[in-house]
Every structure is written in C-alpha cells, then in structure tokens.
Design a protein around this ligand. Structure first.
Ligand code: HEC
Ligand code: HEC
Length: 84
C-alpha cells in the first residue's frame, strides 16, 4: 500500500472509533419515572421536538438546575435518549 492509502485507512478507523466512543453512549437517559413517563408516548406520536418543549418547565435554574458544565441545551432528546 502507498503511504497515502494507509493514511486514508487510518483516518477511517479513527472516525469509526470516535463515533463509537461518542458521549451519547454515556449521557444519561430520560428515566421512565413519574416526571418523565408522559414523554415516552409523546415522542412516539408527536416526535422529539414536541416533547422537548416541556423539559424546561422543570429543568431550569429555579427547578432542577443544570450542572455548570452542561453542554448547550437546545434539543435535549438528541443527547438524552429514552430507554428502549
Ligand atoms: C415534571 C418535571 C420534569 C419534567 C417536565 C422533565 N423532567 Fe427531567 N427530571 C426531573 C427531576 C425532578 C429530575 C431529577 C430526579 C430524578 O432523577 O427523577 C429529572 C432528571 C432528569 C434526567 C437525569 C436522570 C438521571 O438518571 O439522573 C434527565 C436526563 C432528564 N431529567 C431529562 C429530561 C428531559 C429530556 C425532559 C423533557 C423531555 C425532562 N427531563 C422533563 C423533572 C422533570
Ligand atoms: C449536546 C448534548 C446535550 C444536550 C442537547 C442536552 N444535554 Fe443534558 N447532559 C448532557 C451531558 C453530556 C450531561 C452530563 C453527563 C451525563 O448526563 O451523563 C448532561 C446532564 C444532564 C442532566 C443531569 C443528569 C445527572 O447527572 O443527574 C440533566 C437533568 C439534563 N442533562 C437535562 C437536559 C435537558 C432538560 C436538556 C434540554 C433542555 C438537555 N439536558 C440537553 C448532554 C446534553
């Protein structure tokens, strides 16, 4: 193999490895408890965007505050998955 081919292969492996290790895998799921149960059918029927509108009713500075190091908070459900 030429050096360039090796680099392409190495790059491909690196990308797969990064996706594999993506933080999504460790980000907490939305628990199926009393506070969150209603979102399970809502996501199925109306989609993630509809359900996310309600998250900040509780998850805000005067309710359940976010950790100081929480990443940008638009689109909660893209990071916090529902349990399957
Ligand atoms: C009725 C209030 C309420 C609403 C609405 C709500 N949450 Fe929560 N959520 C809580 C409370 C209280 C906790 C912390 C205690 C607990 O774990 O139940 C929590 C905890 C969490 C956790 C951490 C669970 C863990 O394992 O530590 C995640 C993730 C979360 N919520 C995501 C969401 C998302 C996403 C939405 C919108 C789809 C949402 N919440 C809407 C009250 C709410
Ligand atoms: C870009 C990805 C991302 C988005 C978008 C996002 N979060 Fe998070 N969230 C995280 C990460 C990463 C953590 C900290 C580590 C963990 O949960 O395992 C976290 C932590 C939390 C926790 C605390 C869990 C605990 O440790 O008790 C709650 C609650 C939470 N997020 C709710 C929300 C809500 C509600 C929204 C939407 C308003 C939201 N998040 C949007 C990535 C995200």
């Amino acid at each position: 193999m030429k050096k360039r081919d090796i680099l392409v292969v190495a790059g491909g492996i690196a990308i797969v490895a990064i996706l594999w290790l993506a933080p999504e895998e460790t980000t907490k799921h939305v628990p199926p408890d009393a506070n969150h149960a209603r979102f399970y059918p809502m996501v199925k029927q109306e989609g993630k965007k509809a359900a996310e509108k309600f998250c900040q009713e509780c998850h805000n500075e005067s309710g359940v505050p976010f950790a100081a190091n929480h990443p940008p908070k638009f689109r909660c459900l893209l990071c916090h998955k529902l349990n399957q």
